[in-house]
Design a protein around this ligand. Structure first.
Ligand code: ARG
Length: 486
């Protein structure tokens, strides 16, 4: 049997853990990503302990200095992560002991790893929300730029992936922008729930020292404390919600991605990816493949998987902390990395798309996409809509049978379907169909232009909020890194 590690809490044990147990038990390979948040959380904690006289000023000063040194080592890449340390919390504490000796042992007063890890994870997710939020804004802006550039471009809108009615391409892109802006709103609401401090919950029941939980929360730029100690250490609903929010973002982006794949086929011929955002085939020299869009579509499944895993870890878990909860991190880290990369690659891929306007326009004119407009015209002539629908349906069948379009029908042919059609026929181009839909939320050009302007403002507001939170965190963290706290 290989010998494993000896622990900081060695008193209760006569033997060190088995090496295989270390391997199973250790979260250090992945939770080292929490290092900065872990250390700054500890700085805030010890500053509070000193303020409340729970540790002496001198000890607190030494511990703060020691923690800052550990942080410097981690950021310089000289810190030695040892699997035997089990996790990032014990790793940092082990190093602190090496640097300070026994006084380091005072840091963990009035704290458990259970509330510590819950804090670290919340602080990490808080940052991730802001970083992804900026990525979302970038994608929105790329879509808005495209929409403004293509404000004259008309495409068929589809239902059942059959050409349905003509729309502005900018209206189509705007649809994605409003979806993503709802995603941004969701993240903002989540932020308020994430940004609360669990410290003080201790292992599960609260602690016996006269701590000041609110003070720690303030030092960390958090909006308050978790109300129940059991809930504080046991729940990860914020991680579930975060993964759900990320999943919804990818639901939206995978739909866009799928359309980009379709639109770049020879069958559609609507768009072409720039060379920098497409790939070739190892055997077929002529191929240009939309891998970027395909991978966005595929990676969506991976993030859904992380959401499902998180739900499953929590399901049926008794209160309060259970080691199962250690499985909360990897999925979130991977989901954030995945979404971050997608949000970074999409804006340049979108901006460099070649849009084949003629092909889109042609497709929008074909396939009787203005049939609804013709029926609407008959309604305006006093015919009930259902009857008008049937008349136009027969007209379409006639055209298909005789190889005609509405534009090539003779007056006599129109007359066969309804007498009013001899004297009164609406203009029947795709452009007319678009112009006819000047209603709020519709594809009429002036409403689309106004909607794009509103979306721009919404993105600005979102960016301002992100910057405000970022500045607040940076100020607090700067103080924890360098300020005289004790
Ligand atoms: N590495 C642990 C985790 O991620 C930290 C908390 C450990 N708590 C404990 N009671 N063993 O959940």
């Amino acid at each position: 049997m290989e010998r494993g590690s000896t622990k900081l809490w060695g008193g209760r044990f006569h033997a060190s853990t088995d090496a295989l147990v270390d391997q199973l038990n250790a979260s250090l390979p992945f939770d080292q990503r929490l290092a900065v948040h872990d250390i700054l959380g500890s700085v805030a904690h010890v500053a509070m302990l000193a303020r409340r006289g729970i540790v002496s000023r001198d000890d607190a000063l030494a511990i703060v200095d020691g923690l800052r040194q550990v942080l410097a080592e981690i950021e310089a890449g000289t810190f030695e992560f040892r699997l035997a340390d089990e996790d990032i919390h014990l790793s940092v504490e082990r190093r602190l002991h090496e640097l300070l000796g026994p006084v380091a042992g005072r840091l963990h007063t009035a704290r458990s790893r259970n509330d510590q890890v819950a804090l670290d994870f919340r602080l990490w997710i808080r940052d991730a929300i802001l970083a992804l939020g900026r990525g979302l804004a970038d994608v929105c802006e790329a879509l808005l730029d495209l929409a403004e550039r293509e404000r004259e471009t008309i495409v068929p809108g589809y239902t059942h992936l059959q050409r349905a009615q003509p729309i502005l391409l900018s209206h189509h892109f705007h649809a994605y922008v409003v979806m993503l802006l709802r995603d941004a709103d969701r993240l903002r609401e989540l932020y308020a729930r994430v940004n609360r401090s669990p410290l003080g919950a201790g292992a599960l029941a609260g602690v016996t020292y006269p701590i000041d939980r609110e003070y720690v929360a303030t030092l960390l730029a958090m909006d308050g404390i978790c109300e129940n100690s059991l809930d504080a250490v046991a729940d990860r609903d914020f991680a579930v919600e975060f993964l759900a929010d990320l999943s919804i973002i990818l639901v939206h982006l995978s739909r866009l991605a799928d359309e980009l794949v379709l639109w770049s086929t020879a069958e559609f011929g609507f768009i072409e990816f720039a060379d920098a955002f497409a790939t070739g085939s190892s055997i077929m020299p002529q191929k240009k493949n939309p891998d970027v869009a395909e991978l966005i579509r595929a990676k969506t499944g991976r993030v859904f998987g992380h959401l499902q895993s998180m739900l499953t870890v929590l399901k049926g878990l008794p209160l309060a902390y259970n080691k199962d909860l250690q499985e909360d991190k990897e999925g979130v880290f991977d989901a954030v990395d995945t979404v971050q990369l997608i949000l970074a690659v999409l804006p340049p891929a979108l901006r460099t798309l070649t849009i084949n306007r003629e092909r889109m326009a042609q497709a929008a004119e074909e396939s009787f996409t203005v049939a609804t407009d013709l029926a609407d015209h008959l309604v305006r002539c006093g015919i009930p809509f259902r009857e008008a629908h049937a008349i136009v349906g027969r007209l379409v069948a006639y055209c298909i049978e005789h190889g005609k379009t509405f534009a090539t029908l003779e007056p006599g042919e129109w007359a066969q379907f309804h007498p009013v059609l001899v004297t009164s026929r609406p203009p029947l181009t795709a452009r007319d169909a678009v112009l006819a839909r000047e209603i709020p939320g519709g594809t009429g050009p002036s409403h689309v232009a106004a909607a794009l302007a509103r979306a721009r403002e919404h993105v600005q507001t979102w960016r301002a909020w992100l910057a405000e939170q970022q500045a607040r965190i940076e100020t607090a963290f700067h103080r924890l890194r360098t300020g005289a706290l004790v």
